[in-house]
Design a protein around this ligand. Structure first.
Ligand code: TXA
Ligand code: MG
Length: 337
């Protein structure tokens, strides 16, 4: 098929794609998504096919505001509305008990569903106009880094989706935070644009799922099924080096080989002369690192590199989301200095 290019002003046509059961590339503040009518089982199955996504990995539903929660969820705790009041529209997905009208294809048969209200006016308008929740995973082919521009999404999806709605680069750059509100204490399943510290301010105690910080063994089942897959990976293997940035830069410079590519903070790009270098923003600018991380990982696929060394941010604040994506890209091959 030919993928139709739509601009942000084309919300009506984008809504028609959703309403007619088609596949639409949708902008959000986090990453671009591969959207379809979340109540249409066939359209939802087409998402899995276009991405090459394993069937056991559920999708989240995108809604225009919190009043839609009770259409698709039951036993909604007060905490859900406290969180939506503070963080919606925004990069937070809440796992809630689902109602029977949510298709099994969306939830992969789980009795819960992920709900998210994106901070992107055009996408909320599309959902309102289509009058259905939009099921959307990130718009990459399964296993690839998530797309933060329409062009990056088209690298993976051109010809596989009906239309691509372009609203410019994503302003957060890493996917939404996922919090499971069906357990006590609430559990962080995936770090993202809303930080663990911010969640704790509203919820008090928050448990952190093991899959956030380490590699899952084959027999382990993380609560977010997607967290078990190797992910975000460039084609060349990645080694992450964690510690004081001066030390990690020196460590990498002393060990890099002939074909090594380097992912580093802006301040250190002069350390690696003669090597392909991709930067991810200054040491102190976590928001910039979040915006850059996926494009940086994708950039190595357009370079001749045999392996990649990466400096690691710290894992406070937004850094927890950035290090999670980087460590996953490295298959958790992390050296701590
Ligand atoms: O920012 C985002 O969340 C982006 C944009 C497009 O909204 N979407 C996104 O979707 O990242 P996806 O499918 O790439 O990641 C969703 C994650 C997966 O790891 C999946 O396993 C988990 O959410 N998930 C979905 N429904 C779940 C559920 N009911 N229980 C536990 N985990 C769930
Ligand atoms: Mg994804």
């Amino acid at each position: 098929m030919t993928t139709l290019r739509l601009a942000a002003g084309d919300a009506d046509r984008a809504a028609e794609v959703i309403a007619s059961g088609g596949l639409l590339g949708i902008p959000t503040e986090t990453v671009y998504g591969l959207g379809a009518n979340g109540l249409n089982e066939r359209a939802v199955r087409a998402i899995f096919e276009a991405k090459g996504r394993p069937q056991d990995n559920p999708l989240i539903l995108h809604v225009p505001d919190e009043s839609w929660l009770e259409r698709y969820c039951e036993d909604i705790p007060a905490a859900a509305y406290e969180l939506s009041g503070r963080f919606w529209p925004g990069p937070l997905t809440m796992i809630l008990k689902r109602k029977d009208n949510v298709p099994d294809a969306v939830t992969a048969g789980l009795d819960t569903v992920g709900m998210r209200c994106p901070d992107c006016a055009v996408t909320r308008a599309v959902i309102e106009k289509a009058r259905v929740p939009v099921a959307a995973p990130s718009g990459n082919a399964s296993g690839r880094p998530s797309p933060t521009t329409a062009a990056a999404m088209l690298e993976d999806m051109d010809g596989k989706i009906d239309a691509m709605l372009d609203d410019g680069p994503c302003k957060v750059g890493v996917e939404s935070t996922i919090i499971d509100l069906t357990v006590t204490p609430p559990r962080l399943l995936r770090p993202g644009g809303v930080t663990l510290e911010e969640l704790e301010e509203v919820l008090g105690e928050v448990a952190v799922d093991d899959a956030v910080r380490r590699l899952m063994a084959p027999e382990e089942q993380p609560k977010a099924p997607g967290m078990k897959y190797r992910h975000y990976a460039p084609k060349a293997p990645v080694t992450v080096v964690k510690g004081d940035p001066d030390m990690t830069a020196g460590y990498i410079a002393a060990r890099m080989g002939e074909g090594s590519g380097i992912l580093c903070f802006d301040e250190f790009k002069g350390y690696f002369r003669g090597h392909p270098v991709v930067t991810m923003g200054p040491v102190s600018d976590q928001a910039e690192q979040a915006r850059e991380i996926f494009e940086a990982l994708r950039a190595f696929d357009h370079m001749e590199v045999t392996d990649i060394w990466a400096q690691s941010p710290t894992d406070e604040g937004l850094g927890l989301a950035v290090t999670n994506r980087l460590n996953k890209a490295a298959g958790f091959h992390v050296i701590e200095l």
